[in-house]
Write a protein that binds this ligand. Sequence first.
Ligand code: SF4
Length: 699
Amino acid sequence: MKITVKSFLMFGISMASLFCTRCSSLNPPGAERCRVCGAPVGEIEGKQQCLSDMAFERKKDEPKVIVQKDMLAAPYFPYEPRESQMDIVRDITVTLAGSAHLVMESGTGTGKTICALAGSLHHAKMRGKKIVYLTRTISQSDQVMRELKAISEIKDVSGLTLTGRKRSCPLLRTITGYENIPPHVLSSLCEEKKSGRSGGGCRFFERVRTFAPKIGSFCRSDFPTSDELDRFCESHDVCPYEARKELIRDMDVIVAPYVHILSEDIRTNLLAHMRCDDENILLIVDEAHNLIPAAREQGNFSITVKQLDDAMDEIAALKDPTLSGGLKAGEFTGFLKAVIKGAANEKLTIGTKEAVIDHDRVESRLKNKFSMDQGQLISAVDRMIEIGEIRTEYLLDHEEHKLSELFILGVSLKDWISSDEGQFIKTVKADADGEMLCASCIDPSQITMFIRSLKGAVHMSGTLQPLDQYVRTMGLPDTTVMRAYPSPFPPENRSVIYVNNVTTKYDDLKREGMTERIAKHIVSLCNAVDKNTLVFFPSYGLMNRLRPMVERGIEKRMYWEESGHQKRTMSSLDQFRRGRNGVFFTVMGGSIAEGMDFPGDELSFAIIVGIPYPPPTVESKAMSDMFDKRYGTGFGWRYVSEVPAVRKMKQAIGRLIRTGTDRGMAVILDSRASRYAKQLDAVPSEDPAGDAVRFFTGR
Ligand code: SF4
């Protein structure tokens, strides 16, 4: 609804009542809560209304829950809560009481971990439900355990962090090549050891039952981090992986990586050990902006020519077994290889490394060649899997820690044949190892179906806006509640500016003088400010191109992220953090831009070179087309390119302010930033180096 002066007069609306009291956004007449941050709009009956004062009736489909008195309190909040934290806790409690999902953006410093735990524990403990708290990194899971320990000072709560077998098995990691053993092979090896059939059993497993009570007491009293729990178990010669399985059913909160819910197999096991089903678990998704990419990745798979060569070697070792109807495995696999090579020759022209192929191209070639129908093709592939399973058992019995190549090929082929056209895009690609078929998941709705079906979940992140995109892409129910909570830090402690006379736009970057102008800005900005500075490039390519120019001009210690050299990069980063006047050059979207904290003076100044739109790929094109078709022209570009680019910039800018006393400034070197000025709270600058000096000196 467009708001005009006339509408104010016609409806007798007070202007003050239309502005959010929290974030000052203008709201449509009649709105009770801010459509941006969810706070109450204006004043009602002379008193500022907050969520807890009202029945929850914001839109038709949102859960209608009459708030009970005990929802107004936060009995599981272990600190003196700020009013804004109480808002979050209440929003969570009320939304969960309505069996709905809450999708929230809540920046650094709002305390979203403790708010999510306090709100969901309040709901879960009253109803005998369990909480699964999904995190992306070990350090996030450690933070959850620290907050749970704080809650345990005032309430009876328990929690446990889960990790995979690979990280915590003390027995198998002694075997050569442990790092390269796939998880399902480790699982088979573990079963062999536990059963005592292979190599004398597992002494760590034998002690699990006896020591479980002691480990359980340790978890309840100390709330150990993942590493601490592993060390405690190992000090008692107990398997940490099996001990967790033993304890899981008695815990209120299970902290786990995303894959524990995204993978159907792992999830089924997890719920069985928790003795839960989808009716009695609550889900908290931390860093939720990563969930959809993680779900897509979970769905992706490939079939490589190298894999087919390995399968051919195994077929020869097995004396060319028959698949079905007299068809030999060797002939079938050899023809499949020819189909892949044929697709690559036809589709990949010079300079092209990937191309879309018809969804049923491979299957129809196989069916034509061997005069099969769909059912016969599936039978042949099923037989390949059976032969592979028998071969895998043989390999494990003979201490060869790997899966049968036929088994891997059969499973991949079965997935290939059953991939839904609307959810996967099929391509042929080539790299240094040869040609391959790839199935890339563009719509992970099948994988996230379980999450959608839950009756209560909190999806949260510091950079989740636009929230409606997340809700749409995840396919969350209409009753989903969206909230954005403002930063608790003083706005004057942060400044974001952008420069209009440069851009990294592909065509413009080729124009004479553009790279030199960008380098000049970087040099003058770095030399103007005596603060630790991070410079983010959109790619290693551009970083390497500009490196000689900036190295010549910058008069302070410089550090460079080195692609493929994680250890060296981390060591440079350590030195950078210890200093107070260095410059670290890195790329946007990596672990430094997103996953690291730089408290206090470790980082004060950020220079963002270009707008970090994701590089175009056949997958992104397919996703863009899908969104255009579903939601209207323009949504594809917005969801696939603009939203991730703005999110990356917000993540990078977010590195600057981690506490209430931090001050920081970001400069975006690209005129296209003007399109996102509002979202980034950025203003143009004619004199970026001068503005930086003025911000940091206060003059
Ligand atoms: Fe490893 Fe534990 Fe399995 Fe033994 S029981 S093999 S220690 S994971």
